[in-house]
Design a protein around this ligand. Structure first.
Ligand SMILES: [Zn+2]
Ligand SMILES: [Zn+2]
Length: 88
């Protein structure tokens, strides 16, 4: 991984979980989720999610993309746009 990619993902993680933010749960420490992983995996297409909303039973990988999108009324594209807006 390039230093640039590492630096970008560090900045993304430091934003805090976008789902917690969207749900009014405040700023939760986040790890990095790769959006569009099967189609277009890139360290620069990453979204900050807390462990619960990332890998937990109520998270992206726990629910699967379709259920996750339905539950939180969102898409990876929307969450990526929110992430980029916060970084800008
Ligand atoms: Zn969260
Ligand atoms: Zn992930």
């Amino acid at each position: 991984m390039t230093n640039r990619a590492k630096r970008h993902m560090q900045r993304v993680a430091e934003l805090g979980c976008v789902i917690c933010d969207k749900c009014g749960l405040g700023n939760s420490p986040a790890e990095v989720h790769h959006a569009f992983d099967s189609a277009a995996r890139s360290d620069f297409l990453t979204i900050p999610l807390c462990p619960t909303h990332h890998r937990g039973a109520l998270g992206f990988h726990g629910l699967g993309e379709r259920e996750f999108n339905r539950k939180y009324h969102t898409t990876e594209a929307e969450l990526l746009a929110m992430t980029l807006e916060r970084l800008a």
